[in-house]
Every structure is written in structure tokens, then in C-alpha cells.
Design a protein around this ligand. Structure first.
Ligand code: ATP
Ligand code: MG
Length: 438
């Protein structure tokens, strides 16, 4: 993409409405624009990040054996009346009436709809387990939408649903998703801690939230220092296919104390050595639940069991805040100058900064590099001062900056800067791609 004609409306001034760094930076770097309270339009730079996050989430869901579907955003109220949640959900649910006076709603989550799909289609225990997921927009009329995309009213979620014949199977599916989640967050450069959590309106009795530590987080959290020290996935050889691996993984992940304030247990906290106690704020980027037969019973979903008798499958549900993650990653990775994207989700691998537009050497070298990146670079071809180009590249957070000036172009070199460390090296254009690995 050529910056001179890109739809990347950066802002010089800090927007007054933004209270936290990620919100400020997303607006300043031109990733999103608010269209109404808690509802955002995603612009090219932001959308590329959102898609990259989606891609990692999808890859790890697929690797865990979950099957992707796509359920609609608009749902009939009847399904929610069956489960009893139509009234319970309260004002967070956006209720809609169609032209035939039918009650509809914009889905805040999909337990009812997926249970309905399941009961229409699956007849026998032999077809279980099943894990279905989709990546779809949700609407929750939050009392206080804030912090940009972190607490929006419309937001993108990956939600998965597991169906098993018994408790042991459901627990295995739950562990499978926990492993997929830890790998997902790790690939985004995030260190997430699974914490015991309340089940809330979803219901059920086993639940973990995946928390990223950040001073601006909305949750108060308590955890053992072990989570800071151990790299749980180093040399990761856990297999989704092996229940004994999953049990071992679950044991490791839940062996130390970690809980959000709703589940905080003073007696158990006392057992943690004083010098290992950590308290702080955290951002919830994922939430998993096991809730047994809550929906399959209320909605009459049955399959024939091994003994021929009908049984209600045991379910779990598993959410990742895909759009919230864009903000969460920025909270975890930025400095005074702007965003620092992890390579895996950066909108572009690199920015190419042409310091002298119109200089034949600079122009030719930049064009050559730009072509070599094959769409993975943002080419700053604006007739601006070098200072403005450096500032914008830092603000947008590209992992690498390829700086092309007239002297270097004449000598056949460019400067390569790593955004995260500020480190700069002189290299030949040929070395650029080799180093970046594009
Ligand atoms: P919270 O306590 O933050 O309201 P929740 O427990 O209601 O979250 P879930 O129903 O478990 O959230 O949704 C799964 C994931 O979706 C959450 O872990 C979070 O990352 C994301 N999410 C939930 N609500 C929002 C929102 N209003 N804006 C953006 N992302 C959200
Ligand atoms: Mg909520």
C-alpha cells in the first residue's frame, strides 16, 4: 500500500475522549473511527490487524479439531424463551421487531442457536464429541462502553461450543480449548494467565478467564508469582488428541493460585507465600465455561446413548474477544511514540520510508523493495519531511522500518530499524528481505 493514497487518517492531536493508551493510539494511528457510542468502523490498518488476529484464532481452533461455521447475527427470540434467557439477559440485549411483528434480537452470544442447530442434526452419541465455532459480530448494549474497542457495544468474538456424551468428555473438551487458547495468545506475543472466574449469565460451574496483565485492565486479579516465571509452552509437546496430555497441561495451568476478584478466595490466598503474592489489574481476552446440560435440557437436545436411551449432551462454551485483542495487544506493547506490533499480527511487515521523493536513486530503490515485499509493506511515498515519516512509522508500529536516503541509495545501502528495540543497521537491499523473512 502506498501511504500517499492510503485511507489511514492519522491524528496529530491526542483525542480528548480516549482515556487509555490503546484507545488513543488506535485513533491517532487511524485504525478505527467511532460511528456511535461503542460502535466502530475498522479502517484499512485496523482491519488488517483484526484479520491477522482472526487468522491465528482460526488456525488454533482448527488445530484443536473445532469446526468453523457461521451463524447469523440476528436471532429469533423464541430460542431464548426456550432457554429462559430472554428475560434474564435484560437491557444488554438489543431487541428488534421485524415487519411481521416477530421478536428478534442481535445476538450477544450463541448458546441457544448452536444448541438448536445441534438438536436438528445430531442423533447419536457416536457422532460426539463435536466442537463448533464461529467468528462473528456480537451486540451487547453495555451500560458503559469505553476504552475504545476494548469494551464496545458491537464487537467481534470467536465463540466455540462443545458437545460431549458425559462429564469426562466435556472436561476433556474444556482442556483442549484451554490449550488452544494458551497457544493462540502466545502466538500474538501475549502472556495470558488462566484465572478461576465466575460463570455469570452463561451459567455452569467450571470457568476460567484468560487475563493479560495491564495497569489499565478492568479486572482486579490475584495470582501466584509462578505465572510470571514459568514459560508454560516452551518445548510444548501437548497433543490435543491425548486426554492424558490435556490432563497434564490442565494440571500445570491450574496448579497455582490465580483468580479474578469475583472468585477470589481469602483462605486459599493465605496459603500462598507472602513473597509470591501478586495483585494487579488485568484485561480479559478470553473466557471459557463448562455448564453441562443447562441448554441441552432446557431446549430438549438429545442423542441416543450407548445403551439406546436418550441423553442430554454436556456442553461448554469458549469465547475470545477478537476485536478487544487489538486494544489489549497495544496495551501490552507500545511506548511514548506509538504502537509496537508483534510480527505475527502487524498490519504490514515493514514500512519503506523514502526520505527524498523525486531523487531518482531513492525512488528506484524504494519501488524495487516495495515490489519485493509483495503487498506486505507500507510505502511512505509522501512528499513530507523525513521527521514526519519517522514519527508516523513509529506511531503505526510496523515491526521494521526500511529507511532509504539519497546517500545510501547511491552507495547501495538502506537503514533497517527494528521498532521494538530501536536498533538500526546498514544493510544492502538484498539483505532486507532476508533479515525480515518476508
Ligand atoms: P466482561 O466481563 O469483560 O464483560 P464477559 O464475561 O461478559 O466479559 P464473555 O461473554 O465471556 O465476556 O465473552 C467472551 C469474550 O468476549 C470476553 O472474554 C471478552 O474478551 C470479549 N468481550 C466481552 N464483552 C465485550 C465487549 N463489550 N467489547 C469487546 N469485547 C468483549
Ligand atoms: Mg460482559
Amino acid at each position: 500500500m502506498r501511504l500517499s493514497h492510503a485511507f489511514i487518517p492519522t491524528l496529530k492531536e491526542t483525542p480528548a475522549e480516549a482515556q487509555i493508551a490503546s484507545h488513543r493510539l488506535m485513533l491517532r494511528a487511524g485504525l478505527v473511527r467511532q460511528t456511535s457510542a461503542g460502535i466502530y468502523a475498522w479502517l484499512p490498518l485496523g482491519l488488517r490487524v483484526l484479520r491477522n488476529i482472526e487468522r491465528i484464532v482460526r488456525a488454533e481452533q482448527d488445530a484443536a479439531g473445532a469446526q468453523e461455521i457461521l451463524m447469523p447475527t440476528i436471532q429469533p427470540a423464541e430460542l431464548w424463551k426456550e432457554s429462559g434467557r430472554y428475560e434474564d439477559y435484560g437491557k444488554e440485549m438489543l431487541r428488534i421487531r421485524d415487519r411481521h411483528d416477530r421478536d428478534m434480537l442481535y445476538g450477544p452470544t450463541n448458546e441457544e442457536m448452536v444448541t438448536d442447530l445441534f438438536r436438528q442434526s445430531i442423533r447419536s452419541y457416536k457422532e460426539l464429541p463435536q466442537i463448533l465455532y464461529h467468528i462473528q459480530w456480537k451486540f451487547r448494549d453495555e451500560v458503559r462502553p469505553r476504552f475504545g474497542v476494548m469494551r464496545g457495544r458491537e464487537f467481534l468474538m470467536k465463540d466455540a461450543y462443545s458437545f460431549d456424551i458425559d462429564h469426562a468428555g466435556a472436561v476433556n473438551s474444556y482442556r483442549k480449548m484451554m490449550l488452544a487458547y494458551m497457544r493462540t495468545f502466545q502466538r500474538m506475543g501475549l502472556k495470558a494467565i488462566p484465572m478461576e472466574a465466575d460463570t455469570g449469565p452463561i451459567g455452569g460451574d467450571l470457568s476460567h478467564e484468560f487475563i493479560i496483565l495491564a495497569p489499565t485492565g478492568e479486572s482486579q486479579v490475584y495470582y501466584d508469582a509462578a505465572f510470571e516465571e514459568i514459560d508454560y509452552l516452551s518445548g510444548d509437546s501437548f497433543s490435543h488428541e491425548k486426554p492424558e496430555d490435556l490432563a497434564r497441561f490442565f494440571e500445570v495451568m491450574t496448579g497455582h493460585y490465580a483468580a479474578t476478584d469475583e472468585k477470589h478466595d481469602a483462605a486459599r490466598w493465605d496459603q500462598v507465600a507472602a513473597n509470591r503474592k501478586r495483585e494487579g489489574r488485568g484485561i480479559e481476552v478470553g473466557h471459557i465455561f463448562y455448564f453441562g446440560t443447562k441448554y441441552t435440557k432446557s431446549m430438549g437436545a438429545v442423542v441416543a446413548g450407548p445403551d439406546g436411551k436418550p441423553l442430554h449432551p454436556e456442553m461448554g462454551s469458549y469465547g475470545v474477544g477478537v476485536s478487544r485483542l487489538v486494544g489489549a495487544v497495544i496495551e501490552a506493547s507500545h511506548d511514548d511514540n506509538g504502537i509496537i506490533w508483534p510480527d505475527s499480527i502487524a498490519p504490514f511487515k515493514a514500512a519503506i520510508l523514502n526520505l527524498k521523493i523525486g531523487d531518482a536513486g531513492c525512488d528506484a530503490l524504494c519501488e524495487r523493495l516495495y515490489a519485493a515485499f509483495g503487498g506486505n509493506a507500507l510505502y511512505d511515498d509522501r512528499a513530507d519531511r523525513a521527521g514526519a515519516k519517522f514519527a508516523d512509522a513509529d506511531l503505526m508500529g510496523h515491526p521494521w522500518q526500511v529507511v532509504v536516503g539519497p546517500r545510501g541509495a547511491a552507495a547501495g545501502t538502506v537503514e533497517l530499524k527494528r521498532r521494538a528495540t530501536g536498533e538500526r543497521v546498514e544493510v544492502t537491499p538484498e539483505e532486507v528481505l532476508a533479515r525480515i523473512g518476508a
